[in-house]
Write a protein that binds this ligand. Structure first.
Ligand SMILES: [Zn+2]
Length: 377
């Protein structure tokens, strides 16, 4: 069992290296392998903090996923195609959720990491699984680039291993519709999601309350660091504090930064790192997951900085040559952002702060939510 005072653990796998959803899919870019390579280049990932993710067995996933769906996913990998019936029933073989070479093994590996994290955190600790965060997965359906829902599996595993009250915080640009299906009506799960309004999957309305511990904050395009700081200080941290969770699960999707091609939010990675740091120590168990993030440089830099933040490593102004080489080795085929990347994508992990005005809509929506948690949580 993990000593809660011990160093954070990183769960990764080589399966993510060179795995792609296909040449035109946003998930054609490397992400987890970049974080592992950059962290090692920085000297931040010694062997005793690294765990190779196990691959979950289908039977272990039936705690939330339907056995017929799991069988279809395994069939899809074996046959590299799906029948029209499986496509229709399970959402497989679509543009968003294609059949690709590791279509079963890859999600089963990130799900295995989340199940393992729940066990390893039984006596407390901090775990980082950047391959996790597949928050759109449904019990019997692939959805939004996600085949399984590892955050749901993580929460169920934490529950099996002694945590009762769980705070799930999601700062991905998209609303975690799959996690809300699982826990939106559960008073023992605090759910807070900050997501871009009017963006797919278009769920997560401000007025949704679930059983009282569900807080959805849709935000406008252009969300800046100052606004996110207000959200952090007025909503996220006080709600978690008041809820007094046994475990915190942070879905730290990297798609709400300016450089991300799939959202119109304008955070810098400083916003994410500060939330990662501020939640540290607010519960005895802390699991940080990845999520979205579709620009290979911004996601690699952001998620490596998350690992530094969990460990208290100082992020240098200028990266050493070995780390710059990792970033120089990346490409963004078929995207204009890959044609002329700015120097800071290679020289440093840290973005310039993107401060701005706090728009009245943000303040009003925050007031709406904080008025609720003051009495209900
Ligand atoms: Zn997302």
């Amino acid at each position: 069992m993990k000593d809660p005072r011990a160093a954070p653990l990183f769960i990764g796998s080589e399966i993510y290296r060179n795995s792609s959803y296909g040449p035109w899919h946003p998930l054609r870019v490397p992400r987890v392998s970049t974080v592992m390579d950059l962290s090692r280049a920085m000297g931040w990932l010694p062997a005793d903090q690294y765990i190779t993710s196990p691959r979950a067995k289908a039977i272990a996933l039936t705690i939330w996923h339907h056995p017929d769906y799991l069988a279809a996913l395994q069939r899809a990998e074996a046959e590299q195609t799906v029948t029209p019936e499986d496509a229709e029933r399970f959402g497989l073989g679509t543009t968003a959720n294609p059949v690709y070479p590791e279509v079963w093994r890859r999600p089963a590996t990130s799900a295995g990491a989340s199940l393992l994290a729940g066990e390893l955190l039984a006596r407390g600790g901090v775990i980082y699984s950047p391959a996790g965060g597949t928050h759109h997965g449904m019990p019997a359906r692939a959805n939004g680039f996600c085949y399984l829902n590892d955050p749901v599996l993580a929460i169920l595993s934490l529950r099996r291993n002694g945590a009762r009250r769980v705070a799930y915080i999601d700062i991905d640009a998209h609303h975690p519709d799959g996690v809300e299906v699982a826990f939106g009506d559960d008073p023992e799960t605090l759910m807070i999601s900050i997501h871009e309004q009017n963006r797919w999957p278009r769920t997560g309305a401000l007025t949704d309350e679930g059983a009282g511990s569900l807080f959805n904050l849709p935000v406008q395009a252009g969300l800046n660091d100052t606004e996110m700081a207000a959200i952090r200080d007025r909503l996220i941290l006080p709600a978690v504090q008041q809820f007094a969770p046994d475990a915190i699960v942070l879905q730290c999707g990297a798609d709400a930064v300016t450089e991300d091609p799939l959202s119109r939010l304008c955070l810098s990675n400083n916003a994410h790192w500060r939330i990662v740091r501020d939640l540290l120590g607010m519960a005895p168990r802390y699991l940080v997951l990845g999520g979205g993030g579709y620009n290979p440089w911004s996601v690699g830099r952001l998620w490596t900085g998350v690992w530094a933040s969990l460990n208290g490593f100082e992020i240098p102004e200028r990266l050493p040559e070995a780390a710059r080489q990792v970033l120089r080795g990346l490409s963004f085929p078929g995207h204009r952002l890959g044609r002329n990347p700015p120097p800071h994508w290679f020289d440093t992990l840290r973005d310039a702060h993107r401060n701005g005005d706090v728009r009245p809509e943000v303040t009003e929506r925050l007031s709406h939510l904080t008025a609720r948690f003051a009495v209900q949580v």
